[in-house]
Design a protein around this ligand. Structure first.
Ligand code: IMP
Length: 209
């Protein structure tokens, strides 16, 4: 049974961009956000082997420390021919210097080495898992995915691996789309495009309706 989210929420992130995005998404529902970074909470180590485990590790730590409901997300790019890599290691492939041009070059190199020379062998998806954990231990988890082709990087919009991802049914990569096209929540209730927006739609239906 889903639980309705009310009042104030701690967003288990030290990333100002993620916090801003959550504030914007939750404001229409009257939910205020404070971040783990603003509260100087320590960042737990992401020792899980799945997106779900890592999102729960972050949300549980923040809920226990603050006694507030806590939200965390974990996301990444999964390339079929690479057995799902970089997956939960997507941020780590870019290294300390956040070199995503280098990380995208690494994806391309490994994909070609794995035989990724035809469209059918260049399939991939972005995955986003959102976890909500209440201080009494109640947990909710939502997973959004968007499937598409891994292409040579195109476009300068967005972040991370956006330029190499061509979502199915589209002719432009995430790197060539506006953030509204990529992340926007359609007002008519149809399914959003990005993995994160899709996961948020599931969360809103279950916990904010
Ligand atoms: P997280 O902050 O641990 O969830 O790391 C997610 C990583 O996955 C990011 O640093 C990006 O490299 C990648 N990623 C997740 N979502 C997206 C997206 O929408 N576009 C591009 N890269 C993404």
């Amino acid at each position: 049974m889903s639980r309705r989210l009310e009042g104030r929420l701690v967003v288990a992130t030290h990333n100002a961009g993620k916090l801003r995005e959550m504030r914007e998404l939750l404001a229409p529902y009257g939910i205020g956000c404070v971040s783990a970074g603003e509260l100087n909470l320590p960042e737990p180590e992401e020792t899980g082997l799945t997106f779900e485990e890592n999102a729960l590790i972050k949300a549980r730590a923040a809920a226990i420390a603050t006694k507030l409901p806590a939200f965390a997300d974990d996301s990444g790019l999964c390339v079929e021919a690479l057995g799902g890599d970089p997956g939960i290691y997507s941020a780590r492939w870019a290294g300390e210097s956040k070199d995503f041009a280098g990380a995208m070059a690494e994806v391309e190199r490994k994909l070609v080495a794995a035989g990724g020379t035809t469209d059918a062998k260049r399939r991939g998806s972005f995955v986003s898992v959102l976890a909500l954990v209440w201080p009494d231990g109640h947990e909710e988890i939502f997973r959004g995915e968007v499937h598409g082709q891994i292409v040579l990087p195109r476009g300068t919009a967005g972040f991370g691996y956006d330029p190499l991802f061509l979502p199915d049914g589209h002719s432009r990569t995430f790197g060539e789309m506006t953030s509204e096209e990529k992340h926007g929540i359609p007002a008519d209730g149809s399914t959003a495009l990005s993995h994160r927006a899709r996961a948020f739609q599931l969360l809103a239906k279950a916990c904010l309706a």
